[in-house]
Design a protein around this ligand. Structure first.
Ligand SMILES: Cc1ncc(COP(=O)(O)O)c(C=O)c1O
Length: 377
């Protein structure tokens, strides 16, 4: 069979076999234009490990036996993460990034309620795109609860939506991505109390920049799960996230987790860094919080720009009016100056919006001066 024929046959097969709910779903692609020198698009921490620590880490990693499978249950890693959080290892499950954890939770707790053919997964919008994608991929129905114009979460609207939809799971990204809003813990806890038959997930990927976590509330709320990640605190390349909650729930989650979901090098590197560098990572997050204040103050003085308050390592801002294309032109102008931020200029609540990740002081200076030029053009 020629290559064209093979391609055509494969496309027929995909059309015949792929699940209906996946047909309209885009894959997650990350645009990376040429000549970018200031990368502020992915909510990463801007600082790599100092060279002397990186060299020590490399020596430690050399001892890993790559011919062996990794620890399937991440025992040492869970103990180390647990000791930092003050929780028992049995109350943690680790994933290949918290992206994987989102998928595991949805896959695991997707039993349709009586009389329904599909389970529902709820989350406010706009929020992290993976909630919706993972729900569809698992054959669940999405329940999207619109935020207010300033991206706060209206309690009555939320309650009406949950009472009507009766989802199996509701996700709250606290702080939220891409808006940076921190919806109060008491709001999520009130949902957990009002709906004991629903799982409430506090996705705390950005907790290090907000100083706020619901970890201490799982002891009294059996339906509360708290997700966190090492990604935003300087270790995005390791892909390590975790969920904390009642062991009875997590034992089920462990059944859908692939046995060797985190590679041996990643587990060992995370362990070494957590054991040796916690104060360094914490100081760097504090530095990002200080820079966030400086950036927000500078942006507040810029014409035709509205920056939204943020408790994460990012600032969402709107330029011009929704639909006038200005945000896209500003994004292009920033790219020409080597600065990459995330563009959200499509119809909907984020029209006209861009999101900048807080970088190092030098990166933030480059961003501010490129933004001032772009807005003046
Ligand atoms: C709200 C939220 N949750 C989870 C994640 C996933 O993080 P990771 O898979 O890197 O742990 C992100 C990443 O941007 C996020 O913004």
């Amino acid at each position: 069979m020629g290559a064209d024929r093979v391609d055509a046959r494969a496309a027929e097969l995909a059309a015949a076999l792929v699940r209906d709910e996946l047909r309209g779903l885009p894959a997650y692609h990350v645009a990376y234009p040429d000549r970018i020198t200031t990368k502020l698009d992915a909510n990463e921490l801007p600082f790599p490990l100092p060279p002397e620590l990186a060299a020590e880490l490399a020596r430690d990693l050399a001892a890993v036996e790559l011919n062996r499978y990794p620890d399937a249950g991440h025992g040492e890693l869970r103990a180390e993460i647990g000791s930092g959080l003050g929780v028992a290892p049995e109350t943690l499950v680790c994933g290949n990034g918290s992206d994987e954890i989102i998928g595991l939770l949805i896959n695991c707790f997707a039993r349709p309620r009586p009389g329904r053919t599909r389970a529902k997964v709820a989350y406010p919008v706009p929020s992290f795109a993976v909630f919706g994608g993972a729900a569809l991929a698992a054959g669940c129905e999405k329940v999207e609860i619109p935020l207010e114009e300033d991206f706060t979460l209206d309690g009555e609207r939320l309650e009406r939506a949950l009472a009507e939809a009766q989802p199996n799971i509701v996700f709250f990204a606290r702080p939220n991505n891409p808006t940076g809003t921190l919806w109060p813990a008491r709001q999520a806890a009130a949902v957990a109390r009002a709906h004991p038959d629903m799982l409430v997930v506090s996705d705390e990927a950005y907790a290090a920049f907000a100083g706020d976590s619901m970890i201490g509330m799982t002891a009294e709320l059996p339906n509360l799960l708290v997700m966190q990640t090492l990604s935003k605190t300087g270790l995005a390349g390791l892909r390590i996230g975790y969920v904390h909650g009642a062991p009875a729930l997590l034992a089920e989650v462990d059944k859908v987790r692939m046995p060797y979901n985190i590679g041996a090098l990643n587990q060992r590197a995370a362990l070494w860094i957590l054991r040796h560098c916690r104060p360094l990572l914490a100081e760097r997050c504090a530095q990002v919080v200080r820079e966030r204040g400086r950036l927000a103050a500078a942006m507040a003085g810029m014409p035709a720009l509205r920056a939204f308050p943020s408790e994460a390592n990012l600032i969402l801002f709107r330029v011009g009016d929704p639909g006038d294309g200005r945000a896209t032109r500003v994004w292009q102008a920033l790219c020409r100056r080597g600065v990459l931020v995330r563009l959200f200029d499509h119809p909907g609540p984020l029209a006209g919006c861009l999101r900048v990740t807080i970088g190092s002081a030098e990166e933030n200076d480059r961003f501010l001066s490129a933004l001032a030029d772009a807005l003046a053009a």
